[in-house]
Design a protein around this ligand. Structure first.
Ligand code: HPA
Length: 248
């Protein structure tokens, strides 16, 4: 049987409407996860929620213990993860407050603990990562968006930068040349770690701002917060529709 977890990013530290049944803190061989795992139900579906940056939000993207987070979810029996993430928009359709479901990723991050397959190996393991986001899980999210007539983009390439600073305009120009539509700081190694533990993984990316150099002036935190508010409200609708679709 499948068991779903939602990982919430910036702008989503808790899920409105989640009837909480239990909070679990788990220690892992890799240290502590970002926060307690919140178990509960929404639309009669059991889910587990984890605030990626902690609750309250205090862990910077490069400091997140991605291995502990994914390991903890696996230990709780999670088989699929929907990862919500705030991003900057690079290509023209990725305007602030828009939602995209990335289907590809490019990793520009560095110096993060990025694999479970590093030490004490019986054999060297190379996971297949051709399609980093699980196609079937993405299809179910696309169906939920269709049901809501929600205007989302269902294919996009996510570029993961190291942060916590935002990018320079030249870095974004290079990323666009590489084929990135979106830029964020938390997509990796999260997606790869889920694949290493055989957990289905899809991402809902919410555009918080135009990426550096894609609009006039500086990117401000107040702009990011403003756009995330409306983007996250649609994300919650999408998740709710996804959960009520689950067993159709
Ligand atoms: N760059 C990287 N990560 C982000 C951005 C951005 O512009 N906006 C929200 N997360």
């Amino acid at each position: 049987m499948s068991k779903l977890a939602i990982i919430g990013g910036t702008g989503l530290s808790q899920i409105k409407g989640l009837k909480i049944t239990q909070s679990q803190s788990i220690e892992t061989p890799f240290g502590s996860p970002s926060a307690e795992f919140i178990c509960g139900n929404i639309n009669e579906q059991d889910i587990i929620f984890l605030a990626r940056h902690g609750n309250p939000h205090h862990i910077a993207p490069h400091k997140i213990n991605y291995r502990a987070n994914i390991w903890g979810l696996k230990k709780l029996g999670v088989t699929e993860i929907i990862a919500v993430a705030a991003v900057g928009g690079i290509t023209s359709a990725m305007e602030p407050a828009h939602i995209a479901l990335p289907d590809q990723i490019i990793d520009y991050s560095y110096s993060r603990e990025h694999t479970f397959f590093a030490d004490d190996l019986e054999e060297v393991t190379h996971i297949d990562f051709t399609f980093p986001y699980t196609p079937q899980l993405r299809q179910r999210l696309i169906k939920a968006a269709e049901k809501l007539s929600l205007n989302i983009t269902s294919t996009a390439t996510y570029g993961c930068t190291q942060g916590p600073r935002l990018e320079s305009a030249a870095e974004i120009t290079r990323m666009e040349r590489d084929g990135c539509d979106l830029v964020g700081m938390t997509g990796m190694p999260e997606a790869a770690l889920a694949r290493e533990l055989n957990i289905d993984y899809a991402s809902v990316a919410v555009v918080a701002n135009w990426a550096a150099g894609k609009s006039d002036g500086e990117i401000t935190m107040s702009e990011i917060e403003h756009h995330l508010k409306s983007g996250m409200s649609n994300t919650l609708k999408l998740l709710s529709a996804f959960l009520s679709n689950q067993f159709e």
